[in-house]
Design a protein around this ligand. Structure first.
Ligand code: ADP
Ligand code: MG
Ligand code: ZN
Length: 622
């Protein structure tokens, strides 16, 4: 089908140049006649005579032949001993001329007006007619093509993919154990439906996989088909949505028809939200095409008996926008959430993808998993691939931790840039980063530092990395305050060293981060004097994409929220300032090292701090 439509498209495209050619040649023709006409009038032609010269020549009997063109009021005069005739303009003086020619016995002939003019007139008319017909034909053909295209689409078989064997098993899917467990049952439905039908149970028809992109929904569906050993029919919701009404619906019909012929089998509808949105809502009051497609899908799902051996699995990351009719029993009544993998999940996924790669035995998948909270299965697969590419580029035998860490840095923070040369701004960035690093290391309850670097990445001029906290764990109020202080540390260091007026815009994202964090502490986490009230709702609810919903509260409360936020930030700011002022020599020392080495690893930094504290005998923390 794909081929046919492409062919039609190509054909109608190739028409365009032809049309252009026609217009072009017509224009050329016109311009040529204009051009020559202009030339005739502008240039004095050496091959012409004036009327009086002609009379003179006739009188001297030098003229052999005269051809008079009455329509143009011109004559071509052939003189004795000359082969090329000369032009003469006549201006209504033909009778006089003819009389004179007769009297001198000069050969002449006359083109009556009408002869030529009529022919030219006819020709131009014909030319226009042809052009017009050409235009019309092109237009008619194009529209015929367009409707033909529509007919082709409607007639087409659905653009779905069929895989007789997916070759993927549950072994290839890791880290999403709950989802796997729930879906084990589906395999049994497909493999041994008798087990359930014998006792009168109806086998569910549809399963909806809900989860953010890249968490393995497609993979999971394929693994089910692979485990059950049934064909895998897949189509993406967006492929149903066509310009022509009724096409999507016919695709659904075709898909289910083919599936029934091949039962038992599994139908996978990816991105079902593209068709399965609530009907009759949204811009313009809904989309006829989508509604028809959705209705067709509902009809098809109602149409087949529960036990024909077809199971429909659909995937979406927006379950909130789905039409309720899709979710009622008998359709996608089973819903399985496929969420971001946790630490153990990430480790298992890494194991799956490390299987077919040459990994250095020293490599620690656990460390990688620890550094990658928030990564999906697809991110992790991509990460190991990036590391493998880096390894190849460095001509190494096997992937080592260095490549993996570089790949993580790149995925998280962007491409590595070239470091600055030593300058005032490099020094300022160094103080900023050391400010973060030092507070992060000295503030009680802060996550350990991983490294601090002056090598720019993405849009950041320098970076301080802390070991990510495991997303599963709970975070205490003091840990959050430590985080706020460390995030402010960059700006505080700038202020202490370079003065209040020399601070830079580099702290922009730090300040934004601090504000959201502290705001959450006040309005959602009950960690301020305002008490245990949720004043605002989650506004970036993981992958569900809810709108930003501001809580309902009075102006007074809004003002006190602001006061609380300010108080918490000030408290952290003052603490950070105290730490850095008390440890100024240590900060200067670290900045020198950082400028020289460009990167300080966490362990190294901790050693430096320790020896400094021993030598200086000063307590390094507040
Ligand atoms: P989704 O359909 O949820 O967007 P995919 O199933 O297409 O995500 O995942 C893309 C790729 O990421 C897979 O082909 C696989 O290589 C990898 N991947 C994702 N999740 C997992 C997982 N849980 N276990 C192993 N590999 C995974
Ligand atoms: Mg997918
Ligand atoms: Zn910063």
């Amino acid at each position: 089908m794909k081929n046919i439509s492409q062919l039609v498209l190509k054909r109608s495209k190739s028409k365009q140049p032809k049309l252009k050619l026609k217009i072009l040649s017509a224009a050329l023709l016109l311009s040529q006649t204009f051009l020559t006409a202009l030339e005739v009038q502008a240039k004095p032609n050496p091959n012409s005579l004036s009327y009086s010269e002609l009379i003179q020549e006739i009188n001297q009997e030098q003229v052999v032949k005269v051809q008079i063109d009455e329509s143009n009021q011109k004559a071509l005069v052939t003189l004795k001993g000359q082969s090329t005739p000369k032009r003469v303009s006549l201006f209504e003086r033909n009778p006089e001329l003819i009389a004179r020619l007769r009297s001198k016995n000069v050969e002449f002939d006359v083109n009556r007006p009408g002869d030529n003019a009529a022919i030219y007139g006819l020709l131009t008319n014909l030319l226009f007619l042809f052009l017009l017909i050409g235009f019309l034909m092109v237009i008619v053909k194009r529209s015929a093509n367009a409707s033909g295209q529509a007919m082709n689409f409607a007639k087409s078989k659905a653009r779905f993919q069929i895989e007789a064997k997916t070759g993927i098993t549950f072994q290839d899917v890791a880290g999403i154990e709950e989802a796997k467990e729930e879906l084990e049952e589906v395999i049994t439905f497909l493999k041994q439906p008798e087990k359930f039908t014998a006792i009168g149970a109806k086998i569910p028809k549809g399963v909806l996989l809900i989860g953010p992109p890249g968490t393995g929904k497609t993979l999971l569906a394929k693994a089910i088909a692979g485990e059950a050993g049934v064909p895998f029919f897949s189509i993406s919701g967006s492929e149903f949505v066509e310009m022509f009404v009724g096409v999507g619906a016919s695709r659904v019909r075709d898909l289910f028809k083919k599936a029934k012929e091949n039962a038992p089998c599994l139908i996978f509808i990816d991105e079902i939200d593209a068709v399965g949105r609530q009907r009759g809502v949204g811009y313009g009051g809904g989309n006829d095409e989508r509604e028809q497609t959705l209705n067709q899908m509902l009809t098809e799902m109602d149409g087949f008996e529960g036990n024909t051996g077809i199971i429909v699995i659909a995937a979406t990351n927006r379950p909130d926008v789905l039409d309720v009719a899709l979710l009622r029993p008998g359709r996608f009544d089973r819903q399985v959430t496929v969420d971001y993998p946790d630490f153990n999940g990430r480790k298992e996924i890494l194991e799956v993808h490390a299987r077919n790669k040459k990994m250095d035995p020293e490599i620690s998948l656990e460390m990688i998993a620890r550094r990658t909270p928030g990564f999906t299965g697809a991110d992790l697969a991509n990460l190991l691939n990036e590391a493998a590419i880096l390894t190849g580029r460095r001509r190494k035998e096997a992937i080592t931790m260095v490549e993996v860490n570089d790949a993580i840095d790149r995925v998280v923070a962007g491409m590595e840039g070239t470091p600055l040369v030593d300058s005032k701004s490099k020094r300022l960035i160094a103080y900023h980063e050391i400010g973060h690093a030092l507070i992060g290391s000295l503030y009680p309850g802060h996550r350990p530092l991983e490294k601090v670097t002056l090598i720019p990445r993405g849009r950041a001029a320098g970076l301080t990395w802390f070991t990510p906290s495991d997303e599963q764990g709970l975070t205490t109020r003091s840990e959050l305050l430590a985080q706020v202080a460390a995030t402010l540390g960059g700006r505080v260091a700038e202020e202490i060293v370079f003065g209040h007026d020399e601070v830079t815009t580099g702290a922009l994202s730090d300040i934004e981060k601090v504000t959201t964090l502290v705001r959450d502490m006040v309005t959602r986490l009950g960690m301020s004097d305002l008490g245990l009230v949720a004043l605002e709702h989650d506004n970036n609810n993981s992958f569900l994409g809810y709108d930003n919903r501001r809580g309902e509260y009075s102006e007074d409360v809004a003002a006190s929220i602001d006061l609380q936020i300010r108080a918490l930030v000030m408290q952290c700011y003052n603490n950070a300032r105290k730490i850095l002022e008390n440890n100024r020599p240590l900060m200067d020392h670290l900045v020198d090292i950082l400028i020289e080495q460009e990167t300080i690893e966490g362990d190294h930094l901790r050693e430096i701090i320790e020896s400094y504290q021993k030598n200086a005998n000063i307590p390094a923390s507040v």
